[in-house]
Design a protein around this ligand. Structure first.
Ligand code: PMP
Ligand code: GLN
Length: 494
């Protein structure tokens, strides 16, 4: 029996029934026949949107004599143009296709701490009202503890109802911020390499991304480069501010570089934001992950910055539980009230049980803060060992890691491979690092993320010789990585 995917469209007034199909003759003609047994997708349509959909096996032969309604207009909203490709979707799929050690996407492959697991279990098996809606802008015990915890860190008296918004992950916080603050034609300065969603989120809000790159300077001879060697050029940064600049996006510690912005660098950014009356969206999801005595500084804590800064965090990153998807954004009420408008008309609120679990985790952390038992101290201690392990191992095959000061990522320089094997398979215009990452997945069973995805299109060619590895991984994963690298090393020997 032939199978066709067809649409039965109904327009409200006057009501016209139509059938179209994406397959075969029915698709292109206004009159035709559907034979019995054909699978048909029925879509009940208003003039602007699909109201209901169901798939049915058509019971009998049907002659079409009605008007065909295939949309000739562009289907997707213009704001989606050019942003349909997503590197995470692509590389997560690739990682699943091969037998690999996955050091690509940033998620821990070990359990969250016991107190966090117990908090989640309690949230799902305790008070049955946690199965129900909670307050739109955050489960009250969570907004209360977040306000108290971060208020102390930022030196601000925070009101849980006015200065804190709980979101679906840090992604949700970012999206809500862009939607609330960026207008058609507004410019948004993005410091690259940058977490890849800042650009599409700016575009979806109608804004114009304006990029400024951190520039690497060579390491001393015989030394490994460090993320610290990547610096902003103050003159170039200043030149990016125009009367249309609405916001600057900062990410410290930075994904993918692991750079922790120094107080001096943040002061430069802060001065320019104040001089040009610009908002700062500060993504600080890796704030606990800093190494070698470096300090994370929140730009909102600098003089004059609280009033123009949104600070974004993630429970997924804080408690090694990325699947919980609880994030938050804090800032002054006069800015947050606009984010609340977006939130109340879109997500409304995040899952109550996950919020209850995160509240308990922060209550626990507040009691242990600054002590050796604090997870916010234990996690970076453990990740420093992982970082150093990975740095040693990657060098065995000629990958040149840069030492990150923060986050759980490091980037490795693949220039030597680029000169030795320049012609890896791939599309002609595909940046080298993408081709290399795919080659490495298929041939070496190791997943890393090409760093050019963290750069705007015009700059990708200049930064196509790095790949990003994630080291928030279990001991067994790092051992498996070592085995793959040893095998690779043997293959390199003549
Ligand atoms: N910001 C940065 C810099 C990230 O790396 C990520 C990825 N997790 C996010 C935001 C999104 O965080 P979440 O998983 O909490 O949505
Ligand atoms: N933030 C994570 C990373 O950088 C994951 C991003 C994602 O999966 N969309 O790896």
């Amino acid at each position: 029996m032939p199978t066709a995917s067809s649409h039965l469209l109904r327009e409200p007034s006057p009501i016209v029934l139509s059938v179209c199909t994406s397959l075969g003759n029915l698709c292109r003609c206004e009159r035709g026949t559907i034979v019995a047994g054909t699978t048909v997708l029925l879509v009940l349509h208003s003039s602007s949107s699909a109201l209901r959909e169901s798939s049915v096996t058509w019971p009998s032969r049907l002659h079409l004599r009605t008007r065909r309604l295939i949309m000739s207009k562009q289907l997707q909203a213009r704001r989606l143009n050019g942003i349909d490709h997503n590197p995470w979707v692509e590389f997560i799929r690739l990682a699943k296709e091969y037998d690999v050690v996955n050091l690509g996407q940033g998620f821990p492959d070990f359990s969250p701490p016991d107190f966090a697991v117990q908090a989640f279990q309690q949230a799902t098996s305790g008070d049955f009202m946690l199965n129900q809606y909670t307050m739109a802008f955050g489960y009250p015990p969570l907004t209360k503890i977040l306000a108290s915890f971060f208020g102390k860190l930022l030196g601000q008296e925070l009101d849980p109802l006015k200065n804190m918004l709980v979101t679906v992950g840090a992604y949700g916080a970012l999206f809500t911020a862009f939607q609330a603050l960026v207008d058609e034609g507004d410019e948004v300065i993005i410091i690259e390499p940058a977490f890849d969603c800042y650009e599409p989120m700016t575009l979806m809000a109608g804004g114009r991304p304006v990029f400024v790159s951190l520039k690497p300077s060579p390491a001393a001879k015989g030394q490994l480069e460090s993320s610290n060697d990547w610096q902003l050029d103050p003159t170039e940064l200043a030149s990016k501010f125009t009367p249309r600049t609405k916001a600057l996006v900062l990410n410290t510690p930075n994904n993918p570089l692991g750079k922790v912005f120094s107080k001096k660098e943040l002061e430069l950014v802060a001065d320019l934001c104040q001089q040009h009356d610009v908002l700062c969206i500060s993504d600080e999801v890796y704030q606990w992950l800093v190494y070698d005595g470096h300090q994370h500084v929140s730009i909102a804590s600098l003089p004059g910055m609280w009033e123009r800064t949104l600070t974004i965090g993630s429970a997924g990153k804080s408690f090694s539980a990325t699947g919980w998807k609880v994030g938050w954004v804090m800032g002054p009420d006069r800015i947050l009230k606009h984010l609340r408008t977006v939130h109340q008309n879109s997500i409304f609120h995040c899952p109550t049980q996950a919020q209850a679990a995160v509240a308990q985790c922060f209550e626990r952390e507040q009691q242990h803060f600054g002590q050796p038992s604090s997870y916010f101290l234990q996690l970076p201690q453990a990740m420093k060992l992982n970082r150093d392990h990975m740095i040693r191992s990657l060098q065995s095959v000629g990958l040149k890691p840069l030492i990150p000061q923060g986050s759980y990522f490091l980037i490795a320089d693949i220039s030597d491979f680029k000169s030795k094997m320049p012609n890896l398979p791939g599309a002609e215009d595909e940046p080298y690092d993408r081709r290399f990452a795919k080659w490495m997945i298929k041939n070496k069973g190791l997943v890393a993320i090409p760093v050019s995805i963290f750069f705007s299109q015009p700059h990708q060619k200049d930064f196509d010789h790095y790949i990003r590895f994630c080291f928030v991984k279990d001991e067994a994963t790092l051992q498996a990585m070592d085995e793959r690298l040893q095998k690779w090393k043997k293959e390199l020997q003549p």
